[in-house]
Design a binder for this molecule. Structure first.
Ligand code: ADP
Ligand code: MG
Length: 204
């Protein structure tokens, strides 16, 4: 079972992915939790390049290739081998993030994205993708509250974020078999319970 979490920054992906991981761990299930970009030594190094605010002149395609390189390494080194060993793999972002951010965000041709996503994942598809949906205003509100230092990606324009939110919704619509849209404005424990309920129906 390959479960991914998607959504804009501060939507609650890491919170929910970590809760789900703890849930399965406590239940004695074989489970791992990885994040994107990252999750391997090489991928974490690529993550540093991507999030470094000094790297102002990365072209959109360079950025996409870096994400994809990180993803390929993570897929080959960790995700696929662990799935083969019967683990539940929980991933905080996967290729839908590239489609939403670089593709629907308007930076890279969606045709390139679709093609490279398939290569970088070796045709692996998440069994279930939780799209934690929050309005942009909620993301901004949370940003203000937690006073997080914006990294390079998080300091992009508001318009860009609106395109991403809409893009995620389009993705969910065209991949109804695996996408579950979750209202991210509900309390953390409510969302967690909703996720557990959905997973129960998947009988894992
Ligand atoms: N359902 C929620 N309601 C209110 N605040 C939340 C909720 N889920 C997460 N948060 C808070 O929002 C911030 C971002 O959460 P996080 O899980 O790191 O989001 P992401 O990984 O999507 O960027 C954190 O301060 C977290 O405590
Ligand atoms: Mg996160």
């Amino acid at each position: 079972m390959f479960i991914t979490f998607e959504g804009i920054d501060l939507s609650g992906k890491t919170t929910q992915a970590a809760l789900l991981y703890k849930h399965y761990k406590k239940a004695g299930r074989k489970v791992i939790f990885v994040r994107e970009p990252g999750g391997t030594l090489v991928s974490e190094k690529i993550r540093k390049i991507l999030l470094d605010r000094r790297n102002k002149n990365i072209f959109p395609l360079t950025e996409f290739f870096l994400f994809s390189a990180s993803r390929y390494q993570l897929t080959k080194e960790i995700i696929k081998p662990f799935l083969k060993k019967g683990f539940i793999v929980i991933c905080d972002r996967y290729y839908d993030s590239s489609t939403a951010y670089q593709g629907y965000g308007g930076m890279v041709d969606i045709k390139y994205i679709n093609k490279i996503n398939k290569i970088a994942s070796e045709n692996l598809k998440p069994d279930l993708t939780f799209l934690i949906d929050i309005p942009l205003e909620e993301s901004m509100k949370r940003r203000g509250i937690i006073k997080k230092v914006n990294d390079r990606i998080e300091s992009k324009e508001i318009n860009y974020y609106k395109k991403i939110i809409a893009g995620y919704k389009k993705l969910a619509k065209s991949n109804k078999d695996r996408f579950k849209i979750i209202d991210g404005c509900k309390p953390v424990s409510d969302i967690h319970n909703q996720i557990l309920k959905i997973l129960k129906n998947f009988k894992i």
